[in-house]
Each structure stands twice: as C-alpha cells, then as structure tokens.
Design a protein around this ligand. Structure first.
Ligand code: MLT
Length: 393
C-alpha cells in the first residue's frame, strides 16, 4: 500500500483564493443578472509594456529559424536574464552576483520548492497576516508553524521578540495583504535577529515597485548583514503585469551558509535536478521589462493602480472606516464594519454590492475582522465598486 503525505490533513480544506473564486462563481451562476466587480485576488488588468511585447515578438521570430532557435534553457536562468536582475539591484546600490540569481516562473513556484533546502525539524515563523502559501507549503512538508501576529497596535509590522523560536521566518514587505511596509530600521531588526539566531529569512519582495516612501527598502539586501541570512523572492507579476505571462527570480546569496553548507550551492543542485529552465521567450520578456525603458513604461500602469487605491481609500475615508495600505502597496486592508467577521463581510459585500474582496482571516487568525481589496482592477470597475461601497457601507 502506498503511504500518502500524512500532513495534508493539517491543511484547510481549500486554498483561500480557490475558495473565494468558487463562492463568486456560485453567486454568479445563481444571479446571472448581476455583474460582480472583482477586487479579490491581486490579478493585474493592464496590458504588458510595449517593449515587452516587442521582445516577445522578436523571441518568437528567433524560434522560427534554425540559426537563432533555442532549445533547453540553462536550469538556473539564461545569462542575459540573470544579468538584467543583477543590474536591477545595482540601480538600488545593491551588488548581486548573477550566479546568486535563479530565474523562475514566479514566486508561487519557488515558494513551493524552496523548502527543499531545509530540514523538516525547522520551526517556521510566519509574519501574519500572510499570503497563505507560506504556511501551506510548510504544512505540506510537515513543519511546525509559529504565527508572528501583526495587529492594529503594531501597525501590522511585528518585530522579533524575546523568546521567538524559529529557524526560518517568512516576511513580505510591502505586505500582502495589509499593505504595511517595514522601514529600513525595522527590517534591520529582523536581519540582526536572524544573524544572531542563525535563522534564515525568506523575504518576498513582490510588491517593491509600489514603494514611494524613501524610508522603505525595496530589497532586503539594502540592509547590512542581509546576505548572510536572507533569500529574496522577486516577481514581475505585479511590477510589470506578468501574472499571465510569468517570470520571477530568487536570490540566494553565496554568503548564506548554514551548518557549513552553501545554500546557493544547494539551490544550484536542487534547480539543476528539479527544473529544465524557464522559457526563452519569457526570459527575453523579463529582460525587456527590467530595462530602463521597460521600467518606465510599467510605471504608467502602476500609476493607474495607485489611482485606484486613492478612489477606494477616499470612499472608506468618507465612511470613517479604518484601513491600512493603499500607499507603498496595491492592497487596502480594512476593518470590517459593524463588527462583522471576515467571511460574513465577504458574503455581505458580494450580495449587497456585487463586490468581491478577500476575507482577512484567510491570511491568518490575526486577520479575523479584517478584509482586503486589491487595487489591480480596471479604473472603471474600481470607480463603480467605490460607488457601490458608498451605497452599502
Ligand atoms: C494575491 O492576491 O494575494 C496574489 O495575487 C496572489 C499571488 O500573487 O499569487
């Protein structure tokens, strides 16, 4: 008899965004006359930058001719894409060796596999509310989860505390879902704690492109000591509209050593065994997105999403609803009105206003009573959603 993974019984029945999508789909089937406005999953709505589209066309053309045709890609990423990533860090004064960059299809994929570097016995601290895959991937691996709770009192930016026992800690800043962002001084506390403890930080930088505050670091490697303790995950999904195109990279610094082993070398071993590389076409698209011109063109879309945030926050302001985020981040994290719990507010909003958001409790127990709006919808749908919110709140 085959033995199945015994840890799956410890997972919630379904993944948060799968559950909200099922509920919204069931609602639409029952009410075909209603049009739902989607402010739930953070899926972008604006097209790719023209330089990215041109790079994709060029790469497709190259695949049509034997002189330029590309077969398997290097498992760790094509050199031009690794160099584009390193150059992106250099713009912020951070020196990353292209050998420390591992190109992937996006953070979701590497979140699922990065745990392969670590023993099951490690305890996993998760700064919550958090993207639920940090927790679920570690539950699947049988690891103990230590929630590190964000609250209204700590501004949803918890810091290491005496007695915190964890060997791995997941952080996301600017945070999904709360939009709260650690300052350099705050993030330095996590770096110092990890170096003192010999812990490893897994830092999710998916939302760095939304930062406007100069005190907020775009990369954990802006902080002294971070290369000795942190792995950084980066994605073009939100910064350059790649949710349906897919491209990201993971940085594992050579200076990250635990138990005498180089995690960078272990990740080379892992990737060269477990992947056949990322599509040439997408790496050319990613390279184009990270040029000065690509970044400039993507900023226009980011401006539209920022405007969406303003529209939604001004509706909340006019109803006196407490919220975090909307600045430095494409998410707004609001207190459910009338003491409603997160799922009750989810149903209330869908039924009364035809607006779909994400229940805060899905991001961890400390998210109960909170709710998340994504600012990635179209400006038209966002304006309509704000109007409907004003009617029902
Ligand atoms: C979210 O809505 O939290 C994100 O879009 C999920 C993701 O990046 O996979």
């Amino acid at each position: 008899m085959t033995h199945v993974n015994p840890y799956y019984v410890n997972l919630k029945d379904s993944f948060l965004f799968y559950e909200t999508k099922m509920q919204a789909t069931a609602f639409e089937a029952a009410h075909p006359e209603r049009r739902l406005l989607r402010l739930g999953i953070g899926d972008v709505t604006l097209p790719l930058a023209p330089v990215v589209i041109e790079a994709l066309h060029r790469a497709v053309e190259e695949q049509a001719h034997w002189e330029t045709f590309q077969g398997y890609m290097p498992e760790l990423g094509k050199e031009f894409m690794k160099e584009a990533a390193a150059a992106n860090y250099a713009r912020r004064g951070v020196r990353i060796d292209p050998e420390e960059v591992f190109v992937c299809y996006g953070i979701g994929d590497d979140l699922g596999s990065i745990g392969g570097l670590f023993d099951r016995e490690n305890r996993v601290g998760v700064v919550e509310p958090a993207y639920p895959a940090y927790v679920d991937t570690n539950i699947m691996a049988g690891r103990e989860i230590i929630p590190i709770s964000g609250t209204e009192e700590n501004g949803f930016l918890p810091l290491p505390y005496p007695g915190l026992e964890a060997e791995l800690v997941y952080l996301c800043s600017p945070n999904n879902p709360t939009g709260a962002a650690y300052s350099k001084a705050q993030l330095q506390k996590w770096v110092d704690w990890a170096n003192e403890q010999g812990a490893v930080l897994i830092f999710d930088a998916a939302y760095e492109a939304f930062i406007t505050d100069p005190e907020v670091p775009h990369s954990i490697y802006e902080l002294p000591g971070a290369k000795n303790c942190a792995i950084e995950l980066f994605s073009l999904s939100k910064s350059a509209g790649f949710t349906g195109t897919r491209l990201g990279y993971t940085v594992v610094p050579k200076a990250l050593i635990r138990e005498g082993k180089s995690l960078q070398a272990m990740w080379v071993r892992n990737r060269s065994t477990c992947t056949n590389g990322v599509s040439y076409l997408l790496q050319r698209a990613g390279e184009a997105a990270l040029t000065e011109e690509g970044l400039r063109q993507s900023r226009a879309s980011l401006g539209v999403y920022r405007k969406n945030a303003e529209i939604l926050t001004s509706a909340l302001d006019s109803r006196g609803i407490r919220y975090f985020g909307g600045q430095n981040a494409p998410y707004i994290w609001l207190r459910c009105p009338g003491q409603m719990d997160s799922w009750t507010f989810f149903s209330y909003l869908m039924e009364k206003a035809g607006v779909v958001g994400t229940p805060g409790v899905g991001f961890g127990a400390c998210g109960e009573g909170w709710f998340r709006f994504s600012c990635f919808s179209t400006p038209e749908d966002t304006a309509e959603a704000a109007k409907r919110l004003l009617e029902v709140l």
